[in-house]
Design a protein around this ligand. Structure first.
Ligand code: FUC
Length: 812
């Protein structure tokens, strides 16, 4: 069983679980061979620096990333007089001339310039790879007879080991340090010496130079006709035994016993201000980072790194006790294939859940930029969709697991980024809508692009910024942090001011609606056969208005400020176009019951009210929930990676565990076969567990992680009732397990064990001392840590809690 981890000890103390398995041996991504492709590499990241380990035994290539490394730059992409066309566009919409309105939108209401098209060449810019760290090993005629490559999610260390037929062994260990902000790799050998050339490579905009045992790479990113971002990267090589010679732009390491690489990279982008700091001395900054790592203290640096990482990773754990002996001998891609073929691998969803948390910890850290479409891992110079911030679901989905799984503080980059969009967003609001407040549409970047996208059919969605505000409000709901709410209130208010001021009355229904807008990326067919996307009051917009206005109204009451504005919103809310059920019993996506252009479209935006917003729940609004189920049935099970992930959350919120599990299985569909990667239509999973849109997009990883959490604990809805196991699948694998560190709204952290699908015991910690509403299906007794029984019974239990107090949930 190997060594007993802290987690196993906790299980022994806490649970009555039949089997206690060693968590650390399971929590690994494993390969039995070098990566044939980037999608087989192992991602390391400390929230800023990223490295993908391919593990080749002859020509190793480590793909490097620095999260702020973007081409492009600030620009004014607003059409200054676009607002002059607004009345005409709205008039056409009111008259039912959607196609004509869309044509006018395309001409006068899109961004100025090319927008996001081929971003890397334009001011919009593109998130790019930093380059490669290459190791070219000396030719070796002995065959590799044993090979292992793994990423341990317990300590965030990747290892590659191989042995050759002559008995020689190489062992590489690598991590992107959370403690020192450097990438470190140690190479040791047995029965042989290490001989290789090491270098840095970037295809463009790079100058490489050598200085002693140091390789430097520096350059300036493209920003079309203007100066772009500066970056600098330095690799230090420490050899123990042997020698190091320079050879053109490479370092030759000859006959070393062991070797250490310490690498870091910086750019002159100032994350706190969201712009370039041309006075920044990149070399000085990097020297400081590298000086913080003492090569003689490798072991203690590695431990400090793992301890810092684990302080996040251990916040939340999921354990399912069902197991199939031997499954852990398989590599991760083998497990994915067997799982798809119905092998009984209960631990694969657990690994996927752990991997999602690992990825968030590794790609989003306080003080940094938010995780982009690829987190921070990219090998391209022109990443798909520029690796940007898509605001019509993708960026938001990245942060769905943060509150639920105890990683609340890792969402700071998102909140901060949202606040930095405001200034540009105010200008965009004036230019297009002559409106107060701020708006961000669909596409954005570290340069705070807020204009509409370049195509009217998708680029006009005007709720991107308002959807980001949801995360501010949810952070408050989970943490009760009034200071945070006060800091971010102006951001919420600005988004609400904008939406409130652009609402118009639909003469037909007399409802207040947004116009012009669309339901993200989906088109409708009008009764006369016209196909269009531009419309008034798509359902998602109205839901976002209700949610945001509600959040501002409640915030103003909590913070005791701005009562007048709250009153204005209170007057508007009842007039907003309500949810409507269509002829087929599904929820209408648009103001009218129009036909879907693509009945199985990946965006299911009109269910925003079911998830992430909680306007629709099976208990508060059963009629709407039924309509949402019908919508789900009509949309079907297929979709891109993130769409499948969203569906897991939808089914979990509908209390349908088996449907959620079916979608979870679907997202775990291997995107490869014996011949290599498949670019099939529809989502799935790459060999390294990265989500496949396809292509790789990290949102699906995060969305599925949140979906798993939603299956096990919920706390949304009007009353914020904590529900344990609200959508547990009925399959044998899910019947016995334990969960620790799951977070609920109202500042609660909940641990619970279950057997045969039923709660056996639990623990609840109150972080802020709010009233607790707990729904349990078994008879329980709730005892505080002083031994006082605070509640007994089953069903809905209500009890006040004290800040910092622990409460045991004992089943009777
Ligand atoms: C949205 C989606 C696409 C893709 C892109 C990055 O626009 O509709 O599927 O995920 O973002």
């Amino acid at each position: 069983m190997g060594k007993i981890t802290k987690f196993s000890i906790y299980l022994i103390l806490f649970g009555t679980l039949a089997t206690i398995t060693n968590a650390s041996s399971q929590t690994q991504i494993r390969f039995k061979k070098p990566a044939a492709d980037w999608h087989e590499s192992l991602p390391l990241g400390n929230g800023r620096l990223g490295a993908m380990i391919l593990g080749d035994t002859l020509h190793e290539r480590i793909v490097l990333n620095e999260q702020s490394l973007w081409s492009g730059g600030e620009q004014d992409a607003d059409r200054a007089d676009a607002y002059k066309y607004l009345p005409e566009i709205q008039k056409l919409l009111v008259e039912g001339k959607n196609r004509e309105a869309q044509n006018l939108l395309q001409k006068n209401f899109t961004c100025a310039g090319p927008g996001s098209a081929k971003g890397s060449q334009q001011h919009f810019g593109c998130y790019q790879t930093l380059g490669d760290l290459k190791i070219d090993w000396a030719e070796n005629s002995s065959k590799v007879v044993h090979y292992e490559r793994s990423l341990n999610l317990e300590n965030a260390v990747a290892t590659v080991k191989w042995e050759r037929s002559d008995g020689s062994q190489v062992h590489q260990e690598a991590f992107t340090s959370f403690a020192n902000d450097v990438f470190v790799m140690k190479l040791i050998s047995k029965k042989t010496k290490l001989t290789f050339a090491v270098s840095l490579f970037r295809k463009e905009n790079a100058t490489i130079s050598l200085e002693g045992k140091t390789v430097k790479m520096a350059g300036r990113m493209l920003n079309k006709d203007r100066p772009g971002m500066r970056y600098s990267a330095v690799l230090k090589v420490y050899n123990f035994g042997g020698k190091v010679n320079s050879n053109s732009d490479k370092l030759d390491v000859i006959e070393a016993d062991s070797c250490l690489f310490v690498f870091s990279a910086v750019t002159d982008y100032d994350v706190s201000k969201g712009r370039l700091d041309t006075s920044l001395d990149c070399n000085k900054k990097i020297r400081k980072l590298l000086a913080g790592f003492n090569p003689k203290k490798y072991e203690s640096h590695r431990q400090a790194h793992s301890a810092k990482y684990a302080s996040y990773f251990q916040k939340c754990r999921l354990h399912l006790t069902a197991n199939q002996p031997g499954i852990h001998e398989s590599s991760t891609p083998e497990r994915l294939i067997s799982y798809a073929n119905n092998a009984n691998d209960a631990q694969l969803p657990v690994l996927y859940f752990d991997f999602g948390r690992y990825l968030l910890i590794s790609s989003s850290r306080p003080g940094g930029l938010p995780a982009n479409l690829q987190g921070l891992w990219a090998e391209e110079y022109q990443t798909p969709w520029n690796g940007d911030y898509h605001l019509n679901i993708n960026l938001q989905m990245n942060y769905w697991p943060s509150e639920l799984t105890g990683l609340s503080e890792l969402a700071q980059p998102l909140h901060h980024y949202t606040s930095l969009l405001v200034a540009n967003g105010e200008k965009t609001a004036k230019s297009y809508y002559n409106a107060p407040g701020w708006v961000a549409h669909v596409i954005s970047n570290p340069w705070h692009f807020t204009s509409p996208g370049e195509s009217a059919n998708w680029g006009a969605t005007l709720t991107g910024g308002a959807w980001l505000c949801e995360h501010i409000w949810e952070h408050y709901r989970f943490t009760g942090d009034k200071q945070f709410l006060a800091t971010y209130y102006p951001v919420l208010k600005g988004a609400a001011q904008f939406l409130k001021s652009i609402l118009i009355t639909d003469p037909k229904t007399k409802y207040l609606v947004t116009a012009p807008s669309n339901s993200p990326e989906h088109a409708f067919i009008l009764p006369d056969g016209t196909k269009a996307t531009t419309c008034m009051g798509p359902t998602i917009d109205m839901q976002i208005c209700r949610e945001l206005f509600g959040a501002v109204i409640t915030s103003s009451q909590i913070l005791k400020i701005d009562a007048d504005f709250a009153q204005e919103l209170i007057a508007v809310v009842p007039k907003l176009a309500p949810l409507q059920i269509g002829q087929e019993g599904d929820l209408n996506e648009w103001l009218e019951d129009w036909k879907d252009n693509e009945p199985h479209h990946r965006h299911i935006s009109h269910l925003y009210g079911l998830h992430p917003y909680d306007e629709i729940t099976p208990w508060d609004t059963p009629e709407w929930a039924k309509a949402a189920e019908k919508t789900m049935a009509m949309r079907g099970d297929d979709g891109t990676g993130w769409s499948l992930a969203w569906k897991i959350n939808f089914w979990a919120r509908l209390g349908r565990g088996d449907d959620a599990e079916r979608l979870l299985k679907k997202i775990l569909t291997p995107m490869y076969d014996a011949n290599g990667l498949k670019m099939a239509k529809g989502g799935g999973t790459y060999p390294n567990l990265f989500d496949a849109h396809p292509p790789f997009q990290i949102d699906g990883n995060f969305g599925a992680t949140s979906g798993i959490a939603e299956m096990l604990l919920q706390s949304h809805g009007k009353e914020q009732i904590i529900r344990i196991l609200p959508a547990l699948p009925s399959s044998a694998n899910w019947q016995n397990g334990s969960a620790t560190g799951f977070n609920a709204r109202g500042g609660f952290v909940v641990d619970f064990c279950w057997k045969n699908g039923k709660l056996t015991e639990g623990k609840l910690v109150s972080k802020i001392g709010s009233n607790c509403k707990l729904l349990v299906h078994e008879k329980v007794q709730i005892v505080d840590s002083k031994g006082t029984v605070v509640a007994v019974g089953k069903g809905l239990l209500l009890f006040p809690t004290e800040k910092g107090m622990k409460y045991r949930i004992n089943t009777l």
